[in-house]
Every structure is written in structure tokens, then in C-alpha cells.
Design a protein around this ligand. Structure first.
Ligand code: ZN
Length: 317
């Protein structure tokens, strides 16, 4: 190990989704395995997807394995699982209307799993794009009533978004990514989704399973105001890491680089995804589609090039 720590380069994992498309290949150059590839898990250490580490000194290791063997690389954070999961999502079609539980509900009802707070950085979207964020029910009774009677038009709240917006989705927020969106998602390392409504779509001739009671249990009522549900991050982080979002689980940063900069972050680890352009970090070439982790004690980051990067960190414990 050199004095900088490691830049752990990761091999993404892909998922097949009924709503997925081919932009992960056409826009990002990934060798996608499915005709409908919905998600690239760029930084993942989950039983449903675990990145291989590409650095020769960690040949044969995965991120989940390294988390257990070398906690020092990740600030010796507590917990039996790497805390974050970073995805790029290609929604060719609408995703189901869904909600995720918080830690307490997941622990009690999902074998001690973590809950899921997530956020989306909008990489691309159609003109006049709208996302489902929140709902219009005033009470839990009204929420249950609207769900049971299928009054989706009245219940669901659509919020306009554009490229470069950051959309926080705390656990308990009704949400759906809509057709034509390309987003980078930063989330807790959990894969628990309660589906409220799936537009009555069929997959292999059958509707996908819904989780109506769980949805009624975990949805926050009333929803957060629509005005506070989108952060306009387009100008945040010019030639330096700019913090665009912070919650108890993670901090998210954006850097739009054109030239050179020297940066430093004190964090147990730094997840980095290059979402546009190319350049160098401490002499190593990086380009659009690369995902890597800077380990604890990495120190000074000397960046050059023309690129857009999104990073995330967890707090030291
Ligand atoms: Zn979600």
C-alpha cells in the first residue's frame, strides 16, 4: 500500500428489468448482458450483486469480501455490510410506483435488513420530464382508501425535473422514475422495495407482485412539500467537490471539472462515479462509466481533464 491508500477499481454488475433499455451500452459503453438492462450496479456489495475488484493486488476479491477482510480500508466502520450502493439506472419505461421502508421497519419485517433512503442525480431526461415524488393524501386512512380504490391520478404527485437536479428520496417517500430518465442513484445498501402500483403491466403474462399493506404501513403521511423535493445542483461543484446533498446515511458531491484541481476529503472512504468525459486522478486515467473507491487515508486527489463526477461518503463512526 502506498501512502495514498488505494483507488479500488470495480467491475459493475447489471440487472435485467422489465422497464430497462440499452442506454447503458449506447451512452456508457458497457457490455450489457440483457436486451432490457435497467441497472448498472457500479459500487455494490450486496448478496444480489457484488463487484469484483479489478486491482491486481486484490485479484479474486469482491467488495463484500474486502469489507470483511480489510475493514481498515473503509475507516473500520461498524456494520456487517458496506453501507452504500451506487447505480446508474436506464428507465426506458416507467418504473413501478414504490416505497422503501426505514431501518426500524426493515429490521422488524425483513430479517434485520437495512432500510433504504436513496437519492437520484438526473444524468439525462426528456424535455418536461416529471417524476413521481410524494402523494396527496392527508391522512393514512385517506392513503389506504385511495390505494384500495386505485385513485392513482388523485394520489400520486408529479414533480418536474431537469438534467443536473438531485432528488432526495428518504425512506417512506412514494416515488417512481419515469420513462426516458437516466439517473445515478446513491442509496443505502438495501434491496427492499414495496410496490404500490405497476400500471397493471404483465410480465410473463402475470402482474408483478404488489405489497399494498407494507406500503400503507411505511408511507410518510403527509408527504414532504413538493418545493423541497428537488435540489437544483447544476452549478454546484465547479472544478471542486461541491456537496449537493447530505442525510444521516450519506453525503453526495458533484464535480464538474475542466482543467486541473487538487482536492482532499476526510471520509472513511469515497465512492466515485465518472458520469461524463475523461481525465486523470493522480496519474491514473479515468473515463465515463468508471466507478471506484478511494480508501481511508487516500489523501490528496490531483485531478485533471474534462469530466463530470459524482461522489459519496459516509460519516466516520
Ligand atoms: Zn426506489
Amino acid at each position: 500500500m502506498n501512502s495514498r491508500g488505494y483507488m479500488l477499481r470495480l467491475k459493475p454488475v447489471f440487472t435485467e428489468n422489465v422497464w430497462g433499455g440499452t442506454r447503458l451500452k449506447s451512452d456508457f459503453g458497457y457490455d450489457i448482458p440483457f436486451a432490457r438492462t435497467g441497472e448498472c450496479w457500479g459500487i455494490a456489495a450486496h448478496p444480489h450483486g457484488d463487484n469484483a475488484i479489478l486491482n491486481p493486488e486484490f485479484a479474486g476479491e469482491t467488495l463484500a469480501g474486502l469489507w470483511k477482510k480489510r475493514p481498515d480500508l473503509f475507516g473500520s466502520l461498524p456494520g456487517d455490510r458496506f453501507p452504500l450502493l451506487i447505480k446508474i439506472i436506464d428507465a426506458k419505461d416507467n418504473l413501478s410506483i414504490q416505497v422503501h421502508p426505514d431501518d426500524a421497519y426493515a429490521a422488524a419485517h425483513e430479517n434485520g435488513s437495512l432500510g433504504k433512503t436513496e437519492c437520484w442525480y438526473v444524468l439525462d431526461c426528456p424535455p418536461n420530464a416529471q417524476l413521481v415524488i410524494g402523494h396527496n393524501a392527508g391522512t393514512r386512512e385517506e392513503l389506504a382508501d385511495m390505494i384500495h380504490s386505485g385513485r392513482w391520478k388523485d394520489l400520486l404527485r408529479y414533480v418536474p425535473v431537469k438534467k443536473g437536479d438531485l432528488v432526495p428520496i428518504p425512506a417512506g417517500t412514494v416515488h417512481a422514475i419515469t420513462a426516458g430518465m437516466l439517473v445515478l442513484e446513491t442509496q443505502q445498501n438495501s434491496d427492499i422495495t414495496y410496490r404500490m402500483y405497476d400500471y397493471d403491466r404483465l410480465m410473463n403474462g402475470k402482474p408483478r407482485q404488489l405489497h399494498v399493506q407494507q406500503c400503507i404501513d411505511v408511507v410518510r403521511v403527509p408527504a414532504e412539500p413538493a418545493e423541497s423535493s428537488v435540489i437544483h445542483a447544476q452549478e454546484m461543484g465547479e472544478n471542486a467537490w461541491g456537496k449537493i446533498y447530505a442525510c444521516g446515511y450519506f453525503n453526495v458531491y458533484r464535480m464538474n471539472l475542466d482543467g486541473q484541481t487538487t482536492q482532499q476529503m476526510d471520509a472513511p472512504f469515497v465512492d466515485v462515479s465518472i458520469v461524463d468525459g475523461e481525465g486523470e486522478l493522480n496519474g491514473t486515467k479515468v473515463r465515463k462509466g468508471d466507478h471506484f473507491i478511494l480508501t481511508d487515508g487516500y489523501g490528496q486527489q490531483n485531478w485533471s481533464g474534462k469530466l463530470l463526477a459524482i461522489a459519496s461518503t459516509a460519516e466516520r463512526k
